[in-house]
Design a protein around this ligand. Structure first.
Ligand code: ADP
Ligand code: MG
Length: 692
């Protein structure tokens, strides 16, 4: 560790802050709430913002409401007793242009100590009015001979994350002192080549500048260095995990030209798109190699990801391996089951469904364990201890952002060296995907099957609703189907403003949609019922399907052309995009109708974005901008909220650079054994060392 070699006269970076003058056990406890335990923590407690207090305003030109810094000489100071035990320091200061009053409530003693007549001081605060312009409780700093050491005012001043009982003033003083005393013990963490390539300041300069910059640009440059360093450490860790996996060579070598795969090719009712062809080759190449596959297929709803997965299953079956397909909801699992059975049963494969609520699971478990089932489809129930596979060779996780990292790991653990394929329609920007999905390889399907028309999306005001029902009726007469989505199943007392599914279904089936074949789908039905309903809808025996968002992900009915979303502003943007993705899967023009009056500005903005964009990527970017990255499911689970300096959205370019540098570093030095990489290695092994 760095400390062992440091000059023994220097304080140790890992010494407790409680050893500093002015910090006793009580303050140390407060500081630990900020994550500050050691001197290193203190040094790396970086400002969250800065205030530019360089411009000094002449007293005669301050204006009420402005935040100003003045430099004045104390003319007089009185310690005024207030009611109770309160006191106040009433200070009058002057500069060449005029005089002004400065008051400090509760700190009358300052009049007897700090602000003696003749003392010169900086004051920064908001200008108030009381017998003319005045400053109440400003930050201040008396001028000493040494202008360099000004910390609180008259310069660009750091603002820190605080906790009750710890002030900016205190942190500035402590940090400033330790920059001189302790910081010299810090070793440079980045290789000189990287510092040079990116023009980053060395660690000591960077640390000083990030706390006490000459100007805001200097602070920014220093912060960038630390953000980069943090991202680089993260990328190195992720890539090293990946290198370890790839070096394992204990995976299965799947057969990729067997009869099932060939049969599938002949049985498909359409040609694969070039994007599908490319991704299928990538997947099959992974499967044929002895290294365990960890690949993510990313592509907008309806782009044909499932078709790629089916090819992988066929290849697994050719070599006598089983596939487990995990879906986030029962409805989706059921749909996959039906779809896979249609395609794979004629090729001689047994496809079965396992869900949490199912009867007959025991017999199914036995069959899976004997190897009688080739493809097992299910939800989380696939994790149950009871599910033992005969030869699990391939795990496919659909819409994987819905699963926690842990769940994923558990499933993978069932097949020790199984190949793993993830599919997601969450259109996370590519650079973000790299971090969220860690060490996976990413394949993108970037084109829809030919002949698809973008869904036309419109908001429907109350005056047009009747016309919309006529339209749905005409579509039904032409053999085209409609979804109507409601935010709730039943009326709710707390949300009586929202449309409830059950009553809406009844009202419309007996009213505007009378005579059409309608059906209801929601999460409270048992799996058998749900399956029947989905089957009827898919077969065209239902014209209008009323549903909750259980159909949000992946449900695929090409003849469905109309999506009606009640109280649309209730839903998130990504969710709305997913819902809309249920239509427009065939050759006919599809429509998405958004109902309800948004109650918030954001709600209105979401609907507006949805009407203007069809691409999931654009929508994800817009969503990200509106809500920030914290809202991305999976991002938190991946532990990315641990980042202390970097911000994945703001620093997305920096992330890209860190990723490329990490790749180059590991390419040249996979185990970080080179002396110039020593500190990188330590940072990676003890990430809390960096404490950024
Ligand atoms: P995703 O899983 O990406 O949402 P699916 O694999 O479910 O998409 O495919 C959506 C629909 O498009 C399905 O009806 C599927 O049969 C159809 N499809 C997939 N690939 C093609 C293709 N190459 N040409 C025509 N239709 C396709
Ligand atoms: Mg799908």
């Amino acid at each position: 560790m760095a400390d062992q070699e440091t000059d023994s006269a220097l304080p140790r970076l890992n010494d407790s802050v409680a050893l500093l003058p002015g910090i006793g056990p009580k303050r140390a406890a407060l500081l630990s709430k900020l994550g500050i335990v050691t001197l290193r923590d203190l040094l790396f407690h970086l400002p969250r913002a800065y205030e530019d207090r360089r411009t000094i305003t002449p007293i005669d030109s301050v204006e009420e409401g402005q935040t100003v810094t003045i430099l004045g000489e104390v003319v007089s100071a009185r310690n005024v007793r207030l009611r109770g035990r309160m006191s106040l320091a009433a200070v009058t200061v002057r500069d060449d242009s005029g005089r002004m009053n400065v008051t400090f409530f509760g700190r009358g003693f300052l009049a007897n100590t700090t602000f003696r007549p003749g003392v010169r001081a900086f004051f920064t605060g908001e200008v108030g009015a009381y017998n003319g312009p005045c400053l109440k409780n400003p930050e201040y700093e008396t001028m000493t001979g040494d202008d360099e050491d000004r910390l609180h005012t008259g310069r660009v001043v750091p603002l820190y994350p605080l906790t009750e009982g710890v002030s900016h003033r205190q942190l500035r003083r402590w940090i400033h002192a330790e920059l001189d005393r302790t910081a010299p013990a810090l070793k440079e963490t980045l290789p000189a080549s990287l510092l040079e390539a990116h023009g980053f300041p060395p660690i000591h300069d960077a640390l000083r500048r990030v706390h006490f910059p000459e100007d805001p640009a200097e602070a920014q440059a220093a912060r960038t260095r630390f953000a980069y360093e943090e991202l680089l450490a993260m990328q190195l860790a992720i890539l090293q995990g990946r290198v370890t996996r790839l070096a394992e060579e204990k995976g299965y070598r799947h057969r990729i030209n067997g009869p099932v795969l060939k049969g599938l090719g002949k049985a498909l009712p359409f040609d694969l798109t070039p994007a599908q062809d490319r991704v299928i080759s990538e997947v099959l190449a992974d499967m044929a190699s002895p290294r365990p596959m960890a690949r993510l297929i990313q592509g907008d709803v309806g782009c044909g990801k499932t078709m790629v997965a089916i090819h992988a299953m066929a290849a697994a079956a050719d070599g006598g391996y089983q596939t487990a397909l995990m879906a986030p909801t029962e409805v989706l699992a059921e749909q996959h089951h039906l779809h896979l059975r249609d395609l794979l049963a004629p090729l001689g494969l047994n496809v079965a469904l396992l869900t949490g609520t199912m009867r007959g699971a025991k017999a199914l478990h036995a069959s899976v364990a004997r190897g009688g089932i080739h493809v097992l489809v299910g939800t989380q129930a696939l994790f149950q201890e009871a599910t033992l596979f005969h030869r699990l060779g391939l795990v496919i996780v659909d819409e994987q952002h819905r699963f926690g990292v842990l769940q994923r790991e558990r499933l993978v653990a069932k097949g020790a060296h199984a190949d793993v394929l993830h599919m997601t329609a969450t259109p996370i920007p590519r650079t973000l995907a790299i971090t969220v999905y860690g060490g996976m390889d990413v394949s993108v399907i970037d084109a829809l099957p030919p002949g698809r028309l973008p869904v036309k999306t419109r908001r429907i005001p109350p005056s047009k609703v009747a016309g919309m029902y006529d339209y749905i009726r005409r579509e039904a007469e032409a053999g085209r189907q409609t979804y109507i989505i409601c935010p709730l199943i039943e009326e709710s007392e707390t949300r009586d403003d929202l449309t409830a599914l059950l009553s809406h279904y009844e009202a419309l089936s007996d009213g505007p949609l009378a005579g059409l074949r309608t059906a209801l789908l929601h999460g409270r039905l048992d799996p058998g019922e749900k399956e029947d309903i989905m089957r009827s809808f898919k077969a065209g025996r239902v014209d209008v399907l009323f549903s909750t968002t259980v159909i949000e992900v992946g449900v695929d009915v090409p003849a469905a052309t109309t999506m009606v979303i009640e109280d649309a502003a209730q839903f998130g943007l990504t969710q709305l995009h997913q819902l809309r993705g249920r239509v427009g899967r065939g050759k006919d023009q599809a429509h998405c109708f958004l109902l309800g009056k948004p109650k918030t500005k954001d709600g209105a903005k979401r609907l507006d974005i949805l009407c203007r964009h069809d691409s999931g990527f654009e929508i994800a970017e817009a969503d990200l901008e509106m809500r920030g990255p914290g809202e991305f499911r999976g991002v938190r689970q991946a532990g990315l909220s641990d980042l202390r300096v970097a911000d994945l959205i703001r620093d997305v370019r920096l992330l890209d650079r860190a990723r490329r540098d990490a790749e180059a570093i590991l390419q040249a030095d996979p185990r970080l054994e080179d002396p110039t990489h020593r500190m990188l290695k330590e940072t990676g092994e003890h990430p809390d060392h960096l404490r950024l």
